[in-house]
Write a protein that binds this ligand. Structure first.
Ligand code: PGA
Length: 264
């Protein structure tokens, strides 16, 4: 069976001291050994834990890769407190999250800035994971489609070849997720928007879903065939729950469950 692997990305946000980070990343790497190769995991720890997690993932190959949560637009220079994409690549990171709603909201990041970050990430050889999503107010006003269209137009580069993560702001950390039907409709919309933004019929950009993904929700969400994977926040802070979500992403496992240390 030749399938595009599903991506299961863990966003640790501002969590993770030295010892706990090492233990968590090591447990994920161990558990991922029993996963089929139709799933790829990515761990995005805080900057201070990148080296430590990189060590823990040595030998994990493509089954668990390293990612980061943000980068600056410049390669180097007088930018106190910032980290460049090149520095991330230097730690072994392969992916970088960009435009997460928490950065859009708390750091005033706009689409133009995010697009510059995407360019910086691409130049450093990283795979950008661009996050977009509407707020509850925008959803209730019937403006979700317009908001998503302008985020896609503004934050992607013309030849964007990374990953798009649809994360409705109202679903992040709230325990609420869109229904399967609603998510399917939005994915169809996003595919159309990507086609017109990138002027291509054959869009290769995987679309992930993020927002309150848990082991309980994951099988329903991941049963949507066109979904490229999931972006997981709090449930990625525990190896067992993160691995169970990865199991749910595997077509091979969902048809023939494996017994393993992380199955309930
Ligand atoms: P959550 O976070 O899974 O804790 O809702 C998702 C995210 O913010 O990427």
């Amino acid at each position: 069976m030749n399938v595009t692997p599903k991506l299961v990305i863990g966003n640790w946000k501002m969590n993770g001291l030295r010892e706990a980070s090492l233990q968590l990343a090591t447990a994920v790497a161990e558990g991922a050994r029993s996963l089929p190769d139709d799933v790829r995991m990515v761990i995005c720890p805080p900057f201070t834990q990148l080296d430590r997690v990189a060590e823990a993932l040595e030998g994990a190959g493509a089954s668990v890769m390293l990612g980061a949560q943000d980068c600056h637009t410049a390669v180097s220079g007088a930018h106190t407190g910032d980290i460049s994409a090149e520095m991330l690549a230097d730690t072994g990171a392969r992916y970088v999250l960009l435009g997460h709603s928490e950065r859009r909201q708390a750091h005033g990041e706009n689409d133009a800035l995010i697009r510059q970050k995407v360019q910086a990430a691409e130049a450093a050889g990283l795979i950008p994971v661009v996050c977009i999503g509407e707020t509850m107010a925008e959803r209730q006003d019937g403006r979700a489609a317009t908001v998503l269209a302008s985020q896609i137009d503004g934050s992607l580069t013309d030849n964007f070849n990374g990953v798009l993560a649809y994360e409705p702001v109202w679903a992040i950390g709230s325990g609420v997720t869109p229904s399967r039907e609603e998510l399917e409709r939005t994915l169809l919309l996003l595919r159309g928007l990507l086609q017109s933004r990138l002027k291509m019929d054959d869009i290769r950009v995987p679309i992930l879903y993020g927002g309150s993904v848990t082991p309980a929700q994951a099988p329903t969400i991941l049963s949507i065939g066109v979904l490229g994977g999931v972006l997981v926040g709090s449930a990625s802070l525990e190896a067992r729950s993160f691995l169970r979500i990865a199991e749910a992403a595997s077509l091979r496992l969902s048809s023939q469950p494996l017994s393993g240390p992380y199955r309930s």
